[in-house]
Design a binder for this molecule. Sequence first.
Ligand code: ADP
Length: 292
Amino acid sequence: MYGNPDKFYEEALEQAFGKPVKVESASSIGGGCINNGVKLMTSEGNFFLKWQKGIPEDMFEKEALGLKLLAGARIIKVPRPIAWGMMQGRHYFLMEFIEAAPPVRGYWADFGRALAAMHKDNSAGTYGLDHDNYIGKLPQPNTKHKNWIGFFIENRLEFQLKLAMSNGLVSSDFVERYRKFYEKLPDLLPADRPALLHGDLWSGNVMTGPDGKVCIIDPAVYYGHREVELAFTQMFGSFPHDFYAAYEEVWPLEPGYDERVDIYNIYPHMTHTNLFGPSYLGGVEQVLRRYV
Ligand code: ADP
């Protein structure tokens, strides 16, 4: 960081608490894809502070809203958002620091059951959300739809395709086959009721909390088909088997889920293409070759 980091921490804390807060220690936390992060031990308690320059203005505000929605479900722990804003030209986000304890026995099964309960008990009248948010630092529109496939095409597949087109990442032949695939979706994807989703559930966003159970961070929340969430967990290698078995004990999936994983994961493959480059298009091509 340029400038005096302690001054930055103190100013962010003062903005958050409306009074000076003494920083007793600051230790940097790595591991994030996008942000800088630090654990602050202060006279007001321990906090996680992250910051970034040049990100969308309301990105941390939307992350805070997402965390609040998940917290409202009262099933899986999330960090409590405390304050967000702009300090010394950087966007910052201050939240509860999650102190990890050793994982409980049956950690993954417990998480599987909890996620199924969250999906099952938190529904909405439509797919989408009352606001748009972000996935990573990409915009994620959540325009409401009664119909899941309509929602998935417009807000997920087509939106990311347009982004990739404007970034010059896809050929016209790819675009044609990709859009042709939309016609196949009604025969491939089952209906289900909208479920509250974390929206970006990969292992990097799963931490262990002070009770030794899962705590989830960095959401991209919306109401969607629950299979999308499970498919997302398989994007970079799956979670342990116990997680899926326990999920299905609470709320079984429709037959044929395994066949649908790659279809749902066109979305993260496209977001990764737009964030990190076209090497991720391979995962999309595989699906197009199979169905188009
Ligand atoms: P990204 O840069 O991908 O947005 P984050 O900045 O949210 O990621 O998180 C980076 C790392 O910081 C995480 O992998 C996790 O280890 C740690 N972390 C995130 N939030 C907290 C928190 N509230 N308490 C403690 N550690 C956290």
